[in-house]
Ligand binder design. Sequence first.
Ligand code: MCA
Ligand code: AMP
Length: 504
Amino acid sequence: MGNHLFDAFRSSMPAPARLLMETDDGRSLTYGDMLARSAQLAHALLQLDVEPGDRVAVQVEKSPEAVLLYLACVRAGAVFLPLNTAYTLTELGYFFGDAEPRVIVCDPARSADIGNMAEAAGAVVVTLDRNGQGSLTDQASRQATDFHDVERGPGDLAAILYTSGTTGRSKGAMLSHENLASNARVLVGQWRFTSDDVLIHALPIFHTHGLFVATNVVLMAGASMLFEQKFDAGRIVSLLPRATTLMGVPTFYVRLLQQDGLDREAAGNIRLFVSGSAPLLAETHKAWRECTGHAILERYGMTETNMNTSNPYEGERRAGTVGFPLPGVSLRIADPDNGKPLPQGEVGMIEVRGPNVFGGYWRMPEKTSAEFRADGFFITGDLGIIDADGYVHIVGRGKDLIISGGYNIYPKELESEIDALDGVAESAVIGVAHPDFGEGVTAVVVRTPASRITAAEILGAIAGRVARYKHPKQVVFVEELPRNTMGKVQKNLLRDAYKDLYRS
Ligand code: MCA
Ligand code: AMP
């Protein structure tokens, strides 16, 4: 049977001497190196008693080793479980308890703290450290450079990615080998990737965008990447002449437009700019076109579904739309109450079905069945409309979610933290238009009578409990929250009241 996902990568692998990635600290990794070193890491995982289906939880800084570890997990038949490096120990505790990983891989700086937690979770902790003795990398360096990939079929799990839930509890989206392979293959075709492409990779690799859209597409095309530790707008401009493509969240494009050196000449070697993870403002699309001569290609996806739609490679890339359903993906606009398809031109729930769509949430059968229709369509929580030419527009969210710089933040999680503080009667967390992050997390707080709790005290109290990117950029105090007759907080009124909060 083979190993479904890794075999798909192998089938398009170029000569071993071809470059897979070059890092900003001057290291390079060829496809041959990738094969040998992911084999060594796969052996090391087996020595830690990792069995097919075991979860390997990974919270490490971006590096070539982290990509190799992902591939080693795939080859060893394990389930790769990447975690945002910004997550606090409190947040990690939940993920470890829920996923019950066999192995936890972390950076050396966190190994003592995580070690204590892992013991409770029954996991082994190892570090991913280039030079560190006793690290997984060190152990791998003594292993054979060939590996008989563990057999895995299309439906076997390749990864679990956690996505926060509207009720506050994160859910592990279970992604199969075929979910990932089919989506990468389709994107390579749609976006015309070949082994001649060089992608600027400046996204984090613990989410779908940087890991599956960017990395898997490169691997599936036998292409190469300039692998940047972090997004740095000035550096990206200097790399453009050496690259052919860039993938980013809208904040990347907003920040790049503020760079002096960005013009048609600087972008002259690039054939494709892709944006996703959050809405790209039509004004950014227009400004980019005027500055570089390129129309950014916007696409739409989710952790649960990988990519669903894309603007066309050839043909009009329409600003403010996410294009057409990808080949193999069925997309409908349905009545949110019952899933009945609505006539073209009406606003409704976006629902999708296809080989890209995940199998369900890890150990949450009720949540899984609540988010699928009986005919297999997944309810995305995004509200959309299909125009007369077939372009899909996302017009809003049926779910209470904020997207800041491409990261998702669920208000409920923050509201629970803030409401639990002495001196707070209640709070509402909303997303407000922000020039850099798209939406700025904003907490609207009602104090208890006589309370003098300050914004700094609220922020201080949540530090260490929730990741920093989730922290409110502003806290505003009000006497009471607006409610409708049912007693529900009217967040739309709050969003309207504070719409200019971040406008200078
Ligand atoms: C960092 N900070 C943020 C964000 N990022 N605050 C709000 N929103 C953010 N996105 C905070 C930090 O906590 C810190 O706060 C301060 O800003 C500066 O931190 P720094 O690390 O220097 O930030 P940065 O380098 O400027 O990061 C901004 C960024 C980054 C480059 C836009 O957020 C990023 O790489 N975003 C991409 C996320 C992504 O890959 N999303 C895809 C998810 P303090 O000063 O208080 O310490 S996958 C997905 O959505 C679906 C499937 C899809 O369709 O792709
Ligand atoms: P995640 O939880 O990271 O999978 O985020 C998925 C959500 O990001 C989707 O449900 C959408 O709300 C949003 N999203 C992704 N791409 C786009 C886009 N191009 N335009 C608007 N929203 C997007």
